[in-house]
Design a protein around this ligand. Structure first.
Ligand code: GDP
Length: 419
């Protein structure tokens, strides 16, 4: 039987203990490859330090350089209940970008905050990104409790502070957990050093999470990735992002607005034909009528279509070297689509750590958040993020560089011309 797997991301201010927590989780669940601990001992010594769990990630990176394939962007550990994939190691240059672009799609998050230092700008910013990405399953680990003598008072103080900030963003953490990642307190086992804490350890807490069900039960969204020609047939290929699709279904391809029926479906993994496929599967379909359609168009069922528009509003997180500017042109990526767009309006710029806002801005600086209106060169198919996530998030490319991304908050169709 296939074991359930859950994607989790660990975020928080630098040095608040993300790598240590990850190292500890891998260690406590016996998920380390052979020799890893020896390697960490050696690296710790080379750096003139005591043993550091955080160096486990360095040890993995070293192996990667030597051509051994441990993917530090997808570290795994297991509990009795299921497999966990920690997506994207913190500290990676691309970490925030991957989160924003959805390259790393997290189902739950652990937000780390140092009990000694308290909330920092980056803690807030990461909280903001979680809210932006619609990640609701958030745990806050109040770390380094050993440095504050496992004090309940200090824990409550940090918790209260952070709660106030996160709640203004609409992030309501499922649980706060006082931990010492370094000493393993409340990580895999409940710690005896904090008798005042009645809650669960990190592992028990994430194990008690119920996985969100049913992307397959949502509306069908099948973005076209490629069109292959075999003999006289054309195969439309891509990944079903949500919903399901059957032979004989009546489908519409947007924005070109063509309606047709599914004649057959190929499922690449089993190199076989299938009558029905669903979310997560990469497939090829043959349709009854052959038109001209292209990469980036979205296939859906006729009675449940995406929005088609050339103007939409979104919440954006900007990471670019250069400021985002009103009136400037960027490349927009939305699922498999790439198209030129212009920033029509910067409705609001928000300092992600103080939540100060400026209305009607001209530019957005690195690490700031904004509500913007984007106009694409031609109409495109999209969804509001709250309805469908995969076709409701976008990325902006500036000068070949992924510089920002966000979610679509406002999008409504105008009548597309029938062809
Ligand atoms: P990251 O930048 O968030 O990944 O932070 P690291 O995991 O690299 O940790 C930064 C420093 O804090 C390292 O020296 C860790 O050993 C230390 N550290 C992490 N967790 C704890 C903890 O629970 N207690 C103490 N005393 N130090 C910790």
């Amino acid at each position: 039987m296939n074991r359930e797997s859950l994607n989790i991301v660990v975020v928080g201010h630098v040095d608040h203990g993300k790598s240590t927590l990850i190292g500890r989780l891998l260690f406590d669940t016996d998920s380390l490859p052979q020799g890893a601990i020896e390697k960490v001992k050696r690296i710790s010594k080379e750096k003139g330090k005591d043993f550091e769990y955080a160096y486990l990630l360095d040890a993995f990176e070293e192996e990667q350089k030597q051509g051994i394939t441990i993917d530090t962007t997808r570290l795994q550990f297991k509990t009795d209940k299921r497999d966990y994939v920690i997506i994207d190691a913190p500290g990676h240059k691309e970490f925030l970008k991957n989160m924003i672009s959805g390259a790393a799609s997290a189902e739950a998050a652990i937000l780390m905050v140092d009990a000694n230092e308290g909330i920092q700008e980056q803690s807030k910013r990461h909280g903001y990104i979680l809210s932006l990405l619609g990640i609701q399953k958030v745990y806050v680990a109040v770390n380094k409790m050993d440095l504050v003598d496992y004090s309940e008072e200090r824990y409550s103080e940090v918790r209260k502070d952070f709660d106030r900030f996160l709640n203004t963003l609409g992030v309501y953490p499922i649980k706060y957990i006082p931990v010492s990642a370094f000493y393993g307190d409340n990580i895999a086992e409940k710690s005896e050093k904090m008798p005042w804490y009645n809650g669960e350890s990190i592992l028990d807490a994430i194990d008690s999470l119920e996985k969100e069900k049913g992307l397959e039960e949502k509306s069908l969204r099948f973005p076209i990735q490629d069109i292959y020609k075999f003999d006289h047939r054309r195969i439309i290929a891509g990944r079903i992002e949500s919903g399901s699709l059957k032979v004989g279904d009546e489908i519409v391809i947007l924005p070109s607005n063509k309606t047709t029926k599914v004649k057959s479906i190929e499922y690449w993994v089993e190199k076989d034909k299938k009558e029905e496929v669903s979310a997560g599967m990469s497939v090829g379909i043959i349709v009854e009528d052959e038109f001209f359609y292209k990469r980036g168009e979205i296939i859906s069922h006729k009675d449940d279509i995406p929005v088609v528009t050339d103007t939409f509003g979104g919440n954006l997180f900007w990471l670019g070297k250069n400021d985002l500017e009103k009136g400037k042109k960027y490349k927009l990526k939305l699922s498999t689509l790439e198209i030129e767009c212009e920033i029509a309006k910067i409705d609001k710029v928000i300092d992600a750590s103080t939540l100060e806002t400026i209305e009607n801005g001209e530019r957005v600086k690195k690490n700031d958040v904004a509500e913007i209106t984007i106009k694409t060169k031609e109409p495109i198919a999209l969804d509001e993020f709250k309805n469908i996530q995969s076709t409701g998030r976008f990325v902006l490319v500036d000068d070949l560089d992924v510089s920002g991304g966000g979610i679509i908050t406002r999008g409504s169709s105008f009548e597309v011309e029938k062809k």
